[in-house]
Design a protein around this ligand. Structure first.
Ligand SMILES: Cc1cc2nc3c(=O)[nH]c(=O)nc-3n(C[C@H](O)[C@H](O)[C@H](O)COP(=O)(O)OP(=O)(O)OC[C@H]3O[C@@H](n4cnc5c(N)ncnc54)[C@H](O)[C@@H]3O)c2cc1C
Length: 501
């Protein structure tokens, strides 16, 4: 971080949302040579590449095939979202998908192609046509690498191992307190535009596919500022997390089912056709609930995924990451063995409420990527639409910021501030209470009881001076409470929010 502590734009997060925004701003600056140089800082809690983006496997959805259309992609998105999506936003984002793919390629991402030069498009649950652009089964890592390289080569400024911990709104912008996690020092910086790109909330749950940094910080900090938060109850569980008693966090991408893998019960018989005509490729909420029911019926903690019909060449070429993780984490070889799988927390459809241009309800504050709620996903996200949303919304926000750029960077006087107090918590207990109530199948009485317990912990917990670990735990508690309140405000089941009768 430079000695100067004033920025036009501060971006919290270095995943697809945060770095795409930074790259779009770089590209726009190149086109507008007469303007003063925009001062932009990207901040990342971990290493720059320790993001959910880098872990994405399947790919990015876009209607680029000549037999496909934007309309079909929109229809699949609305159907997966139980038609609770914002239709205008959905249309706006999906129609930008082919352009977003061109932008990613321009930044250096290489999507797999067939021998005839056409994109090798994958099929995933809920899509009526193959439209998933991918890089083997490590698409996220390929994207993360390319957008980082582009940003670094352009001289972009990034501060790793730095967490935003407090924000104060002024008339002209924001004072943000950053905590340098390596040196245990706080830094205060002023920015005119503040962008939340902080990713998901997986760490609220006992089992998640998300990175350890997915603690919902952007949602918490925005809520503290008074920004509207929407639809937190809409949590997507991925049906096929690799089940291992310890270390159950690896995801088996839907792409494997797209390539023919089938879900089997404990008698090793297919069961998905009993739940949905699309079978193993039904939308994720339906597959997750079906697996949950089967687990309940058998009394086991997982079902099986059978990929043995996929040729060893295809497994090695397209799914080498999955194959090696199955072997190293669970000791099963997908070419020969059944894979134990169970639903696992995966994605937050809700978040900081934004309009179709990424603006929150607070002037100058934007939210993009998984921490945001644009209305694209409705009550359930269609597979491979989240990387897409991250990049498309970044482009809209880049436009908004460029349009409202001030000629001179005003620097207000720094206000008094102090480090926030935090709660000393038994976080595994908090997660257990919460996960039990906010899982694949919910129950109103259980959610009320969990909320009562968590509110009690919040009100009566021991308050201690700031330290990073307890700060993060306090955020997990607060966001869990927000989520349960949102879930209890809903009168009936919809999409991923399923209340048992
Ligand atoms: C295993 C897995 C597989 C997936 N597969 C796919 C797929 O195939 N297709 C698809 O579309 N989606 C997929 N997803 C979902 C998708 O990867 C994510 O939704 C998306 O990458 C989120 O991008 P993001 O930029 O919003 O957040 P992230 O990529 O998670 O980045 C968040 C950033 O915020 C930073 N941060 C957090 N808190 C703070 C703070 N307080 N201060 C500063 N920085 C902070 C983090 O350090 C990080 O840099 C997958 C997700 C997972 C976990």
């Amino acid at each position: 971080m430079s000695a100067c502590n004033k920025y036009d734009v501060l971006i919290l997060g270095s995943g697809i949302a945060g770095l795409s925004l930074a790259n779009y701003l770089i590209d726009k600056q190149r086109l507008k040579s007469e303007n003063r140089k925009l001062k932009v800082l990207v901040v990342s809690k971990g290493e720059v590449n320790e993001t959910n983006t880098a872990w994405a496997q399947g790919g990015v959805a876009a209607a680029v095939d000549t037999n496909d259309s934007i309309e079909r992609h929109v229809n699949d998105t609305l159907a997966a979202g139980s038609y609770a999506n914002d239709t205008d936003v959905t249309q706006k984002i999906i129609s930008q998908a082919p352009e977003a793919i061109r932008d990613l390629i321009g930044w250096g991402v290489q999507f797999d192609k067939k021998s005839n030069g056409d994109f090798d498009l994958g099929l995933e649950g809920g899509h009526d046509h193959p439209r998933i652009l991918h890089h083997q089964d490590i698409t996220g890592a390929a994207i993360q690498h390319a957008i980082q390289e582009y940003f670094t080569k352009a001289g972009g400024e990034i501060s790793n191992h730095t967490a935003a911990i407090d924000i104060l709104k002024t008339a002209d912008g924001f004072w943000v307190t950053l905590f340098d996690l390596s040196r245990h020092k706080t830094i205060r910086i002023f920015c005119v535009h503040l962008v939340m790109a902080t990713g998901g909330i997986g760490q609220l749950f006992t089992r998640t596919t998300n990175t350890r940094y997915s603690t919902g910080d952007g949602i918490y900090l925005s809520h503290q500022l008074g920004a509207a938060i929407k639809e937190l109850a809409m949590v997507q569980f991925h049906p096929t997390g690799l089940y291992v008693e310890e270390n159950s966090s690896f995801l088996i991408s839907e792409a494997l089912r797209g390539a023919g893998a089938e879900l089997l019960d404990h008698k090793e018989l297919p069961f998905m056709h009993r739940y949905d005509p699309k079978g193993s490729l039904a939308p994720r909420d339906i597959v997750s609930r079906a697996i949950w029911q089967e687990m309940r019926l058998s009394g086991k903690e997982h079902v099986w995924l059978d990929a043995r019909m996929i040729s060893p060449q295809v497994l090695q070429h397209h799914f080498s990451n999955i194959v090696s993780n199955c072997i190293s984490r669970a000791g099963v070889d997908p070419a020969k063995d059944l894979i134990p799988v169970a639903p696992i927390q995966h994605y937050s459809c809700g978040g900081i409420a934004t309009d179709a241009n990424g603006r929150t309800t607070i002037k100058g504050l934007y939210a993009i990527g998984e921490c945001a709620h644009t209305g694209l996903h409705g009550a359930n996200r269609l597979a491979s639409n989240s990387l897409l949303e991250g990049i498309v919304m970044a482009k809209f926000v880049a436009q908004e910021i460029t349009d409202t750029l001030q000629q001179e960077l005003q620097i207000p006087t720094e206000s008094a501030w102090e480090l926030p107090m935090v709660l000393s918590l038994d976080i595994s207990n908090v997660k257990k209470i919460f996960s039990h109530a906010a899982g694949v199948m919910r129950n109103t009485a259980k959610m009320k009881e969990a909320l009562r317990l968590l509110e009690d912990i919040r009100l009566n917990g021991n308050r201690i001076p700031f330290n990073v670990q307890d700060f993060e735990n306090s955020i997990i508690l607060q966001v869990s409470i927000l989520l349960l309140k949102d879930a209890l405000s809903k009168k009936s089941s919809i999409g991923v929010h399923y209340i048992e009768a």
